[in-house]
Write a protein that binds this ligand. Structure first.
Ligand code: NAD
Length: 503
């Protein structure tokens, strides 16, 4: 008789791997095969509290480093993660299910924010006014908050943790990360690399877990700020609970990104863009395009015909196989949820042009696969239009004219990303100005801003007033102190009972 033991993952606290003690675990799957490949411990509130205590002590040391010395640790980390990327990407693909090239992109987009955060010495400089009044100088400084936390989703297990920890650490904070329990190995490896790069032990801690760990973070007074990315109901819950407990919070939620296709657009370019942005990473991207909005009947007919042809050629297979366009979904639950949406779309009267349900890959029959699905004649009253599906399902929602297309986007509950494809600069300018969405692409299907600009959605896609990465990240992870100083000349003026003005 043979027995197999499942690999047990850990937390990473105080510079070392720590076994879970709660007795609770969650299975980590290989979505390509459907097999359990490890189990991850789910931290108790006590384990979270212990990690926060370690963070608080370590922050005293790290926060006292000068900013350039902290930046040097980030530079060393960049060197180490570059060398580690081939193996890190494989780990990522195995737990998430995205293709190897896409996993490398996931890491790279995170790395770019760490590169930006290396500029911390400049970004942390305050303002200075000399001679604000007689003998009076005013200056401000940006100081770390202390211990801050990140709570991140499964779909970018490298990028989003790095978006949060890069600026937070560069600003002198200690960081507690609660990554997704579905793909925790990449964040654990990132913590090892930071340690190797010279980050003092305990400055970056990874606590695996679920709601219990999250609630422990939200109710601990020592946590000064919470950065969250995930689904909208949880984003709203975390934003409200963090605020009620006196913490800063920036919480980014779900999405339903439209691509408006003007009649003058190059239809082949549009189809390329839609296929990549709609089905890449199995549609499990918050910036995926899930609604194509062709303007006018002619554009709609041409688009639908071309998409049907292209969808047939998509290659779906194991994440690490060659020549695969997209891999499996993250879990069996995800396949079931998306399949239920497809049935609902049919029941509500949308036209199903391609049905991805029941898709199997030979030799990987238990993998979490779903073929590409395409709907036409989707209307704003349908559930598959209103809600985020988060799978390889592209819908065509036709608009009679440009104004109707703009209204559809503006009336939608989500406002993460949007794109317009056109050759008309005037239409593109008008669209960018009037559209009620945080990130806009003009002939760019996935307009994720570069690291030194900021990323954030509007409406139910984002809660909080500062975006991720770019200069906003340094505002979020620091508090401003303003010093008004006066060096008296020796002249005695007597006490004043009037509020000081700089007259
Ligand atoms: P999720 O909301 O299920 O989980 C996100 C995090 O919250 C995880 O760490 C999870 O452990 C934790 N969590 C889950 N349930 C919780 C609960 N009841 N109480 C407290 N914490 C809880 O999201 P997901 O499925 O991992 O990620 C996909 C979602 O994330 C999609 O909706 C996607 O659009 C969104 N997303 C948004 C952005 C953005 O920038 N707006 C980026 C990536 C993903």
């Amino acid at each position: 008789m043979t027995t197999t033991t499942t690999r047990e993952l850990t937390h990473f606290v105080g510079g070392r791997h720590v076994s879970g003690t709660s007795g609770r675990f969650s299975d980590v799957f290989d979505p390509s095969t459907g097999q359990v490949q490890a189990r991850v411990p789910l931290a108790s509130a006590d384990e979270v509290a212990a990690a926060i205590a370690v963070s608080e002590e370590a922050q005293q040391v790290w926060g006292a480093y000068n900013p350039q010395r902290r930046a040097r640790v980030l530079l060393k980390f960049l060197d180490l993660i570059a060398k580690d990327t081939p193996s890190l990407a494989r780990t990522l693909s195995r737990e998430h299910g995205k293709t190897l090239d896409d996993a490398k992109g996931d890491i790279q987009r995170g790395v770019e924010v760490v590169e930006f955060a290396v500029g911390a010495p400049h970004l942390l400089k305050g303002e200075y006014t000399t001679g604000a009044g007689t003998g009076i100088d005013v200056y401000s400084m940006r100081q770390p908050l202390g211990v801050v936390a990140g709570i991140t989703p499964f779909n970018f297990p490298a990028m989003i943790p790095l978006w949060k920890m890069g600026p937070a650490l560069a600003a002198g904070n200690a960081f507690v990360l609660k990554p997704s329990e579905r793909d925790p190995s990449v964040p654990l490896r990132i913590a090892e690399l930071f340690l190797e790069a010279g980050l003092p032990e305990g400055v970056l801690n990874v606590v695996n877990g679920d709601k219990e760990a999250v609630d422990a973070i939200l109710h601990d007074d020592r946590i000064r700020a919470v950065g969250f990315v995930g689904s909208t109901p949880i984003a709203q819950y975390i934003y409200a609970t963090a605020a009620a407990n006196g913490k800063r919070a920036q919480c980014f939620g779900g999405a339903k990104n439209h691509m408006v296709v003007m009649p003058d657009a190059d239809m082949d370019q549009v189809v390329d863009a839609l296929i990549g942005a709609g089905y890449g990473s199995a549609g499990e991207r918050c910036m995926a395009i899930s609604v194509a909005v062709p303007v006018g009947e002619a554009a709609a007919e041409a688009l639908a015909a071309k998409l049907v042809e292209r969808v047939k050629d998509l290659k779906v297979g194991p994440a690490l196989a060659e020549g695969v366009d997209y891999g499996p979904l993250v879990s069996r639950d995800a396949v079931d949820r998306v399949s239920a949406y497809i049935q609902q779309g049919i029941d509500e009267g949308a036209t199903l042009l391609a049905d991805g349900r029941g898709y199997t890959v030979a030799g990987h029959e238990n993998g979490f696969y779903l073929g590409p699905t395409l709907f036409d004649h989707v209307t704003p009253d349908m559930t598959i239009y209103k809600e985020e599906i988060f799978g390889p399902v592209l819908t065509i929602a036709r608009a009679a004219d440009y104004e109707q297309a703009v209204a559809m986007v503006n009336n939608h509950q989500f406002g993460n990303g949007v794109a317009i494809f056109t050759r008309d600069g005037d239409a593109a300018r008008d669209f960018s100005a009037r559209i009620d969405v945080g990130m806009v692409g003009v002939n760019v299907p996935i307009p994720v801003p570069i690291a030194y600009h900021t990323f954030g959605g509007w409406k139910k896609s984002g809660f909080g007033d500062l975006n991720q990465h770019g200069p906003d990240a340094f505002r979020f992870y620091t508090k401003t102190k303003t010093v008004t100083s006066r060096w008296p000349s020796g002249i005695k003026e007597g006490a004043s009972f009037v509020i000081p003005t700089m007259s």
